[in-house]
Design a binder for this molecule. Sequence first.
Ligand SMILES: [Zn+2]
Length: 65
Amino acid sequence: MSEWKRFVLDCRQNPKAGCTLCISGSEAEVLDAGEDHVVRKHGFQKSPALRSQLKQFLKEEAFAR
Ligand SMILES: [Zn+2]
């Protein structure tokens, strides 16, 4: 069931950020929240390029049944 799919964006993937935040949710939710987070906390500029960059860091969450 694809509606159960969640994606994880883990800031620890970028050790330079020195941040341990981990966001999970649907792909769109994680991209929205992740974009806000890196803009506010890591000084990135909001742009479509940033969004596609974040997308590359998304990992599909293992779903425990
Ligand atoms: Zn962060």
